[in-house]
Design a protein around this ligand. Structure first.
Ligand code: NDP
Length: 241
């Protein structure tokens, strides 16, 4: 039977590459998104991958969205927690709203999506939970106390949940991309990108979304059954742990 994979934030950027990579690997893919209907419709027409709109920051919306995906496609066996946002500000200027929005999406979003799917994965004795964290969750980053905290939280989430999933056939892993060429990164000041960011990357370039997608496809595969609780760094050598 074809396995079903659900990718949050799966219609743009890294998530779109992950959705396409999983589809090409033979999965039935559902791509979730938050609000950019135009990009989602374009992605759907281009790829044939069905798109579903809800916010991962809202637990009830996640439970309802998952129910819809499973009614349409069957039980989800691969979950990719990719949806993420930034609301950068120096800490002394950071508002409670900027803190909350980022933590609600990047960290609670992983809980909100994984929790409703967990019992089904346990019952079926198979599951793959793959969360997209960030290099800045590993090393911290000026102006990103909220983002770094949420992404570090994703790593702790993964390490603890992997221990619970191990005996019931569920692997839980996290990928920490470095700087990847998506809208999120291209939104940065070009001068900062060329003069400050790229020189810090030993391979001398930004990563491509497909390079993260290939990590996901591997972690989702049966070949990766012995890998759980792992943090995979895909950052061009920028930060070596
Ligand atoms: P983009 O901004 O290009 O895309 C983000 C995607 O997430 C969009 O599909 C967006 O939906 C969706 N999204 C945002 N908020 C929500 C929400 N509340 N509920 C559901 N979906 C949501 O981001 P990237 O592709 O650059 O980043 C993807 C992930 O990779 C993020 O978690 C990011 O933190 C992480 N990452 C990115 C790096 C990079 O260099 N780009 C580096 C390290 C980590 P919509 O289209 O509707 O807005």
């Amino acid at each position: 039977m074809t396995k079903v994979a659900l990718v949050t934030g799966g219609s743009r950027g890294i998530g779109a590459a992950i959705s396409i990579g999983l589809k090409n690997a033979g999965y039935q893919v559902a791509a979730n998104y938050a609000g950019n209907d135009e990009a989602a419709q374009k992605f759907n027409v281009m790829t044939g991958i069905p798109v579903y709109k809800w916010s991962v920051a809202d637990y009830d919306a996640c439970a309802a969205g998952i129910q819809q995906v499973e009614a349409d496609l069957g039980p989800v066996s691969v979950l990719v927690n990719n949806a993420g946002i930034t609301r950068d500000a120096m800490f002394h200027k950071m508002t409670r709203e900027q803190w909350k929005e980022v933590v609600d999406t990047n960290l609670s979003g992983a809980f909100n999506m994984t929790h409703p799917l967990w019992v089904g994965m346990r019952d079926r004795k198979f599951g793959r939970v793959i969360t997209i964290s960030s290099i800045n969750g590993q090393k911290g980053q000026t102006g990103q106390v909220n983002y770094s905290a949420s992404k570090a939280g994703d790593i702790g989430f993964t390490k603890a949940l992997a221990q619970e999933g191990a005996r019931v056939g569920i692997t839980v892993n996290v990928i920490c991309p470095g700087y990847i060429a998506t809208e999120m990164v291209r939104a940065m000041d070009e001068k900062v990108l060329n003069e400050r960011v790229i020189p810090q990357i030993p391979v001398g370039r930004l990563g491509e979304p497909e390079e993260i997608a290939r990590c996901v496809v591997f972690l989702a595969s049966d070949d990766a059954g012995f890998i759980t609780g792992s943090t995979i760094s895909a950052n061009g050598g920028q930060y070596i742990t």
